[in-house]
Ligand binder design. Structure first.
Ligand code: ADP
Ligand code: MG
Length: 247
């Protein structure tokens, strides 16, 4: 199995705080990798360094074997990599379809204004496909701001997929989502993974969500990797139980 993403000895310090302190891992093509750990352990900072939003203090990031350390987010988008943020990034005044097309345009590096000019047939088609995948058909023309929180999180994930069809990094997709919508989200991420061969890295606080969605899990604690393995291995790891599952 080939690695889509490799992270080598990544460090990020904010003044005296070592938010990420020597993290190395790789993500295989088609995998759903989970990253868990207590609040403040460096998960979002790790994503920000991988995606060029923060400059790592040390270390390297490779995509398909190519060094992409410090590459700008827009350039990574063009290579098929995107993310969702811990806080929602949908445009409340735009419809579900318009939000998706806009995300796709960002991926292609085109201008925001194009949304209201010439429509890109390829993007409209892709948006329809995502609407189908995420079962948002009944909401296609609804303003995103009027959707429930869970529906907005689904839209947010669909937008990331418009922008990053190869590798999508999801920052707490389950945060604040009710149980029914959680099941929907999980099912739809699985479907896209299986049917389109998309690779996902999921940061989560919700253990059950990660353990039931991911094939492999990495546990972070205070900026370092505490454990790595299948969900069953991680659950049974004494260091993990001590540091995380215990409380
Ligand atoms: P997580 O996503 O796991 O909750 P973060 O990556 O957000 O953790 O934060 C890791 C550590 O880095 C925390 O101690 C946090 O306060 C600190 N931190 C994160 N971003 C910044 C920043 N921009 N400036 C200073 N400290 C930061
Ligand atoms: Mg975070």
């Amino acid at each position: 199995m080939s690695s889509v993403l490799e992270v080598h000895d990544l460090h990020k310090a904010f003044g005296g705080i070592k938010a990420v302190n020597g993290v190395s891992f790789s993500v295989n093509e088609g995998e759903i990798l989970g990253i868990i750990g207590p609040n403040g352990c460096g998960k979002s900072t790790l994503f920000n360094c991988i995606l060029g939003q923060l400059e790592p203090t040390q270390g390297a990031v490779k995509l398909d074997g190519r060094d992409v350390t410090n590459m700008r987010p827009s350039a990574l988008n063009r290579l098929g990599v995107s993310r969702t943020f811990q806080l929602l990034q949908v445009f409340p005044e735009l419809s579900v379809r318009e939000n998706l097309i806009l995300a796709g345009q960002e991926h292609q590096g085109s201008m925001l204004g194009r949304l209201f000019g010439a429509r890109d047939a390829g993007l409209s088609e892709k948006a329809e496909q995502m609407i189908g995948f995420f079962k948002l058909g009944h909401l296609t023309d609804a303003k995103a701001g009027g959707l429930s929180y869970g529906q907005q999180k689904l839209l947010d994930a669909a937008m990331a997929f418009m922008a990053g069809p190869r590798l999508v990094l999801l920052d707490e997709p389950a945060g604040g989502v009710n149980l029914t919508m959680l099941g929907d989200l999980k099912e739809r991420l699985r479907a896209i993974n299986a049917e389109q061969g998309a690779t996902f890295v999921v940061i989560e606080h919700n253990m059950d969500f990660v353990m039931s969605l991911c094939t492999r899990v990495i546990v972070l604690a205070e900026g370092r990797m505490l454990a790595e393995g299948t969900p069953a291995e991680v659950r049974a790891n004494p260091a993990v139980i001590e540091a995380y599952l215990g409380h």
